[in-house]
Design a protein around this ligand. Sequence first.
Ligand SMILES: [Zn+2]
Length: 157
Amino acid sequence: MSGGEPIVEDKKTGDPLWIDLREITLRYVLPVSGVKRFFEGLKEGKLLATRCPKCGAKFFPPQPDCPECGSSEVEWFETSGEGVLLSYTVINVKPESFSKYPDYIVGVARLDDGVNVIAWVRDAEPGSLRRGMRVRVESEKREDGSYSYYIKPAVSP
Ligand SMILES: [Zn+2]
């Protein structure tokens, strides 16, 4: 992903692809058991990431091997799901498969655990968002019964 854009270009067709295709990417980079674990976590309301016990690097989405030091002994941990909003953008030119949806917001959250999460921003208007504001990343069941995760403004105490 260059320049932090939530849209990537399809290498075959040149069509823009929305980053939510990350879930498909995960199926390639994670062994089946790892993907299952991640989505089981979402079902239980947990946002799981992996950490390398050798060098301490943390990864979200979870990685089966450590790209930093090459170790394949990563361990899973549950993130707090809490952090700050690093950036966001309103998507008004959508991939064809999303053209029926209204404009949506994609954001990057930096969790307190030290991982970045790219996801749709829910329960917020663009005007109410600002860099550095506290946010939560929560799992949610989608219309098709699958689970995904969304960035939402943290509820003020
Ligand atoms: Zn490592």
